[in-house]
Design a protein around this ligand. Structure first.
Ligand code: THG
Length: 474
């Protein structure tokens, strides 16, 4: 098409977002190759009423999925007649930061499958799109004729064109539904249990290829309140690319799970890239870092941007994992500057993970890890505009494995303080039930002493307390 001399590239009657994303990526690649800067238009068709795409997304979830592309317009075609299209067009017009197009059918099909809305009738509906400032570009789809289109010039005379909505200034994620990560919304829970390294049960089910039951783990997390689910298939005995793509494809056909965005968790780049190619929503990559230097880091970031995901950036560089406050802010600050200056990565999609490390392990040098994380959260939120902060909360209590009450209480006290400093999201066990307010005050004080490193003896006291609790429980 480009070689043939088209002026605009239009994706129309689109019904599957993953397909659209692949097409948009192809268009971007070809245009770059040919050195052309043609506008790209995108037009969706919707399934019946309800206003979802055929692949099940709401319009807002769809907008999040294509947010990374440089389309000039988005709109609706086919699906309904103009009258039934209007509420969905209005929703797009309200939220999409693009020009809006509409080319409806001539009404709904009759029992013979043809369309019989007259040019006069259709013009009345189209006029209301124009009068309400919903559109910039108009046309006709099935059943429309030159006589239908000939009505339009009269209608648009003197009309005000639609003004695109501003770009969102928060992080948009999506599965079948939109998830907006912004301060007014609460802390975002990312479910940790679909992780072969973090759940013995999940590992066993994946090894046995019992995907049906593995899906129930994902489903339960969403039921328990997970707003994103982390998926990790990194295990020496598994083909991680195969397991990740299999599981993501299975989730895609379970609407009660794929309602939420996914976080693709792997230390292998290939798993991340192949995983991204399975998801229609706007997902999170977990993770990239400066571990292998700037070149690889930027190459991965550019590819993530092109595939349309947000990304977790671990505080890790060529020297290793950042464990102190100073190291955490050094690495995060450097990564932020690189992402902004070298790849123009959307700052809202940069999610720093300043490393939640185990505390009260018996090693004195670990005692400051909780506080150093919380201080890093505060620094990132103050100094790196737009960036989000996340962390693997259950890491904090690794030395209390088997003692779930103590672990959960530690997590809730830790989160209370970290969220207070601006932590946006965390990888957690969503079925955890210990609330900060319900922890017995003396115990809570001890936990605060440990987590905020207020007294050097506190860690030993917590270890003794936990052992005592454990003995009592037995
Ligand atoms: N940062 C980022 N990603 C991460 C982590 C992080 N991904 C993995 C991990 N850390 C977060 N996920 C988990 C998942 C489970 C546990 C801890 C962290 C966990 N599991 C129980 C255990 O090991 O005791 C499992 C018990 C069982 O088998 O059921 O604690 O920090 N970006």
């Amino acid at each position: 098409l480009v070689d043939g001399g088209v002026d605009i590239v239009l994706f129309e009657t689109t019904f599957d977002t993953l397909n659209v994303k692949a097409g948009l990526e192809a268009a971007e690649t070809v245009l770059k190759e040919k050195g052309k800067d043609l506008p790209i238009m995108l037009s969706l068709t919707l399934s019946a009423q309800g206003g979802r795409t055929f692949s099940g997304q709401t319009l807002l979830a769809f907008l999040a999925s294509v947010q990374h592309t440089n389309i000039v317009s988005v709109g609706l075609n086919c699906s309904f007649g103009a009258a039934d299209m209007k509420p969905f067009l209005a929703e797009l017009a309200k939220h999409a930061p693009y020009y809006i197009s509409a080319y409806p059918n001539a009404g709904l099909p009759n029992s013979f499958g043809s369309y019989d809305e007259t040019p006069e009738k259709m013009a009345v509906h189209v006029k209301s799109f124009i009068d309400e400032g919903l559109v910039n570009i108009l046309g006709g789809c099935c059943g429309t004729t030159p006589a239908h289109i000939a009505k339009y010039p009269e209608l648009v005379k003197g009309a005000k064109p639609h003004v695109p909505a501003p770009r969102p200034d928060c992080l948009w994620l999506s599965g079948l539904e939109l998830l907006e990560v912004k301060p007014e919304n609460n802390f975002v829970n990312v479910g940790e249990r679909c992780n072969v390294a973090g759940s013995r049960k999940f590992l066993r089910l994946i090894k046995e290829e019992n995907y049906e039951e593995a899906l129930t783990i994902a489903r339960k997390q969403v039921e328990d309140g997970a707003q994103v689910i982390d998926i990790n298939m990194d295990d020496g005995m598994l083909d991680a690319v195969k397991e990740m793509t299999t599981f993501l494809n299975l989730i895609a056909s379970e609407p009660d799970i794929s309602r939420v965005p996914v976080m693709i968790d792997s230390s292998k780049w290939e798993v991340i890239e192949k995983g991204l190619m399975c998801v229609q929503g706007k997902s999170i990559v977990n993770s990239i870092s400066l571990k292998e230097g700037e070149e690889v880091f930027l190459q991965h970031a550019a590819r993530i941007k092109q595939l349309g995901a947000a990304t977790v950036v671990m505080a890790f560089d060529e020297k290793g994992q950042a464990d102190t406050f100073e190291r955490k802010i050094e690495v995060c600050g450097r990564a932020y500057r690189l992402l902004r200056e070298k790849v123009d990565f959307d700052p809202n999609g940069i999610i720093f993970d300043p490393n939640v490390l185990a505390i009260a392990t018996g090693m004195e040098e670990h005692n400051g890890y909780g506080l150093d994380f919380i201080r890093a959260v505060e620094w990132i939120k103050k100094n790196l505009p737009g960036a989000k902060v996340s962390g693997g909360v259950s890491n904090l209590s690794f030395s209390f494995r088997g003692n779930n009450y103590v672990r959960e209480a530690m997590h809730s006290v830790f989160l209370y303080h970290a969220i207070n400093k601006g932590m946006d999201m965390g990888i957690v066990n969503p079925s955890s039930s210990v609330l900060y307010e319900d922890i017995e005050p003396a115990f809570r004080m001890l936990l605060e002493d440990v987590i905020l490193a207020r007294r050097p003896e506190a860690a030993e006291e917590l270890i003794a307390y936990a052992q005592n609790l454990h003995v009592k429980a037995q």
